[in-house]
Design a protein around this ligand. Structure first.
Ligand code: MV4
Length: 450
């Protein structure tokens, strides 16, 4: 087992990793920017190293400075958390060369899923269902139009380097193709430095359902069931839950098997997530694989009663898994509490939390690094807490979330709490009748006092 893990991250996930390390008797090193000098991840780690000014590129994304922190603290592993360097192939490669264990897949495994077109080709070979579309890069508008006609409109144009909906265009008819092509290529060139494009049949009103998987270094893979992440806005998840209200035992078996086949085909080690689009007929299609621990991992932890960070660390240390799958025993829902003004287009609302009161009690978990007096910096993302409730049924879970939100007080900044309260009253949400288009028509609550 590792002696000392350096956590190349900040905020709630850094704290989350420190907690598991302490339980496992592993020493921890935090790195931090000057903006985070008073953060809990700095206080709770055994050692901490300042790696630069607030700007991410000069601190949490700065590989030489992080490797210098590894050097001076003699850490033998790095946990990247999510975001920042978690899916950076170059960083994983440098860790390998340097002889410090990157807690996650190898750079080679990561690279196989990094580029969308090659990931899709790998999935076809593994027998995982993918959306019908172009095989490989599109070479021209002419070729694209010809393929689109064969597949049938509407189609969706995607960037091979894409993510978060960038460089993506829905095309409804032939004469929209040229414009979509030009603008999507320009956008993805600017965002990723790569303008490779492909097309797929556009799946209308899909659900976003992802399967958590875990692999060891000996080719064993298990799945840990699904999370439904259909409640999103501009590709930002707002709420995640497990089990999915749309899931059946049969579909879970099929999607679980497909996710395992996906992971096995690239010899995947560590925790990962296979994302699928699921249409109204319960056809499912591989979308992409996330080669990291995700923000919403607690939902899975709560329903199967398992510490995913601990399993990630064990897998990275070379401990084998049994390969047995896990199924939800409870229902869990996570609400992301962001410092955003929901009455102004979810605009970020950084600032100082004047007063913080967290909900407590049976079945309630709050993952956060915030405290009364904590200042949310404009340099990083706006998530300040994750409220996760667990109960035997979805109905009880929603009741518990409502009670918890009613005793959640954050003063001094705007938060997404009023949105979550309104969502939980929505009949379509309550009945499980939602897909990724839900937020396009959801009516925001009226602004009230208190
Ligand atoms: C799609 C799709 C419909 N059909 N692909 C959005 C992010 C990117 N990773 C893939 N995305 C989509 N791909 C086909 N063939 C619809 C989306 C999509 C979406 C997917 C998951 C969650 C939210 C979404 C919101 C809009 C579009």
């Amino acid at each position: 087992m590792f002696n000392k893990i350096l956590i190349a991250n900040r905020g709630e996930i850094a704290l989350r990793i420190i907690r598991t390390c302490r339980e496992m008797g592993i020493k921890t090193v935090s790195v931090y920017s000057t903006a985070d000098k008073d953060s809990l991840h700095v206080r709770f780690a055994d050692e901490s190293v300042c790696i630069g000014p607030p700007s991410s590129t000069e601190s949490y994304l700065n590989i030489p400075r992080i490797m210098a922190a590894v050097e001076i603290t003699n850490a033998d592993a790095i946990h990247p958390g999510y975001g920042f360097l978690a899916e950076n192939i170059e960083f994983a490669k440098i860790c390998e060369q340097y002889g410090v264990k990157f807690i996650g897949p190898t750079s080679k495994q990561m690279a196989k899923m990094g580029d969308k077109i090659s990931a899709k080709a790998t999935m076809i070979k593994a027998g995982v269902p993918v959306v019908p579309g172009s095989e490989g890069l599109l070479k021209s508008v002419k070729q694209g139009k010809k393929l689109a006609k064969e597949i049938g409109y509407p189609v969706i144009l995607k960037a091979t380097a894409g993510g978060g909906g960038k460089g993506m265009r829905i095309i409804w008819k032939d004469d929209e193709f040229q414009h979509a092509w030009d603008s999507a290529r320009q956008e993805s060139k600017a965002a990723f430095g790569n303008d490779g494009m492909y097309i797929e049949k556009f799946v209308e009103d899909p659900r976003h359902i992802e399967i958590q998987i875990l692999g060891d270094q000996y080719g064993n893979v298990c799945h840990l069931s699904e999370r439904d992440c259909s409640i999103q806005r501009r590709h930002q998840k707002l709420v995640e839950e497990s089990p999915s209200p749309f899931m059946t035992d049969e579909l879970r078996k099929k999607m679980g098997a497909a996710a395992k086949a996906a992971a096995k085909s690239i010899n995947y080690e560590g925790a990962g997530t296979v994302e699928f689009l699921v249409d109204k007929h319960r056809n499912f299609y591989f979308m992409e694989m996330n080669t990291r621990i995700q923000v919403e991992h607690p939902v899975t932890e709560e329903v199967i009663d398992y510490d995913l960070i601990k399993e990630q660390i064990k897998a990275a240390a070379g401990i084998p898994i049994s390969g047995e799958d896990y199924f939800p025993q409870m229902h869990a829902i996570e609400c992301r509490i962001n410092a955003e003004d929901i009455y102004n287009d979810f605009r970020p609302s950084p600032g100082t939390i004047q007063f913080l009161h967290l909900p407590k009690g049976h079945g309630i978990r709050v993952d956060t690094a915030a405290y009364s007096g904590y200042t949310i910096s404009p340099y990083y993302d706006s998530m300040i807490a994750k409220l996760i409730c667990r109960a035997r049924t979805r109905e009880e879970c929603i009741q518990k979330l409502q009670r918890a939100l009613d005793e959640f007080f954050i003063e001094g900044i705007h938060t997404t709490i009023p949105f979550h309260k309104a969502l939980l009253k929505n009949e379509d949400f309550r009945s499980g009748n939602f897909n990724t288009g839900f937020m396009d028509t959801f009516e925001m609550p009226k602004k009230t006092l208190t």
